[in-house]
Structures are given as C-alpha cells and as structure tokens.
Design a binder for this molecule. Sequence first.
Ligand SMILES: [Zn+2]
Length: 293
Amino acid sequence: MADPGKAPRAPEGPFTFHRFALGDIEATIVSDGPIPLGPPEDTFIDRPAAELRGNMRGLGLPDDNVVIQQNALVLDTGTDLLLFETGMNSMKVTPDMGKLPANLRAAGFDPADVTAIIATHPHIDHIGGIVADDGSLNFPNARIYVGEDDLDYWSRDERIGQPGEHSLHAVRKNLLPNRDRVHFHKPGKEVVPGVEAMLTAGHTIGHTSFVVSSGGATLFVVGDLLHHQLIVHEPRMDDFYDTDRKLGIETRIRVMEMLASQRMLSLCYHLDWPGLGYFSKRGAGFHFEPVAV
Ligand SMILES: [Zn+2]
C-alpha cells in the first residue's frame, strides 16, 4: 500500500465541473456529489477489517468510511450532447448528493439540451438521476441507453432482499416509467458515432464500458469496475456490490491491464474527483495516476 508519508489526501469538495478537450469534442466532468459507503469491510468483504483500515490510513484517509465520488461525463460532439451516468437525484440519501442537474447548469448546460443519457449499468447511483423526486424528467429530451440484460435483471422482484435492492427501486422510478425512451447499447457497437460499447461484465451482468474516440484522442469510460483506490491497488478483493464477484475480479484486472499497456486516458466514476487519469501496473496490483486539474 501507499507510504502514508507520500500519500496526498484528496480534496473533499464540493466539486462542480472540470472541462477538457478530447480531440474535437468538448468534454466536461460534472459532479453529483459523494456517497459514503461506511467502513471498508462492508464493501471489500473478504479481507480482515484491521488490514483494510490500515490500508485506508496508509492512503491518508479516515479508516471508518469509504467515501466515493460520482463523476458524470458530458460530451458535446457537435451533433449530440451526451451524458454518461445521472447520479442519485431522485434517490438521494444525503443532502450532498443529487447535485448533477444544478452542477450541469453551473457548467453552462441546460439539462433540456442533453440528447442522450448513457448508463454503464442500472445501479441506483447511475440511473437514479434520470428523474427528479417527483418523477418528472430531469433531461426531458434525452433518449436513454442501458444494457438490455441489465435492465431485465434489475427490474425483477428477485432483487428484493439482495445486495443492491435499492437499485430495483431506482429502476422502477427512473427507467420503467420512461420505457419509451430506452434504447439498448450493444457490445462492440457504436452507441453514437465515436462512442463504442465494450461489455465489461462482473459488477453487473451487463456492465458496459465505453471507448470514446475523436481527432486522434481516446477516452475510456470505466464505470464501476473499481470503486476506490484500495481495489485499484488490490484488485483481487471481493466487492460486495459486484453481482458476480469472481467475474468482477477477472474483468477488473483484464481492463486495467489493457488500460495500463495502452496508456489510455480513463475516467473512473467513483474515484477521487474528477476521476480522470492513467493506470499503470504496480506490484501485484495497479496504480491510478490522476491528471492534474
Ligand atoms: Zn456506482
């Protein structure tokens, strides 16, 4: 793990937006706010609490609460205004989350101008901001892209009493009433020109990452293959939130190896704001080097 003397503690926010050029595309990362997950042993369930808490302290972090960010991505392609992930607006459980619509406006966007929402998977913190508390659409002119198998899985009564039951409720509030707007992204196919879907199953059965290409620049939209620096460094841990934990580990390692070997710019929804950086191999795991902002 990191040397505590060298590990800078991440700024705590609140965060609004970060804009950068991606080839010919104007890209903006917009915050929906943080999610506190509680003690690390509640998320990384196959390791002793003392070991995990020591590793948290080694990162310069409080050891009793894993706090993850929600780094949504907006791409202005000239023909589409794409929004990757929508946060917790309709399902928020703390006043610090659900900030995406307000922060989009702070970044100069009108949510009505979003033409397409692209979700890596239909967990609560990714599709929970499609609508507001009252069920009205936050992005009234957007089509919605999600995985077909995932939507089926997270719509079923069998999710009741399972990890992630809250995502069933989020799907029923955000996606099912808007079924006429829903389209399915398909592995290996473009969602819109320049945005190709890649199946990265494990976290959910249809979890999908995206490769964005423009003018010679490339960005990999990682989604939830990893929730925290702890599991970047030790990717073989079981993550409570993964539907298939064994496949989650295999996919996490496979994708980080690809991103490290290609040195591809990557956006991680839940890593420290704004979640933009490069993976490299380090020891038995990986290291995420943030892009300076
Ligand atoms: Zn998530």
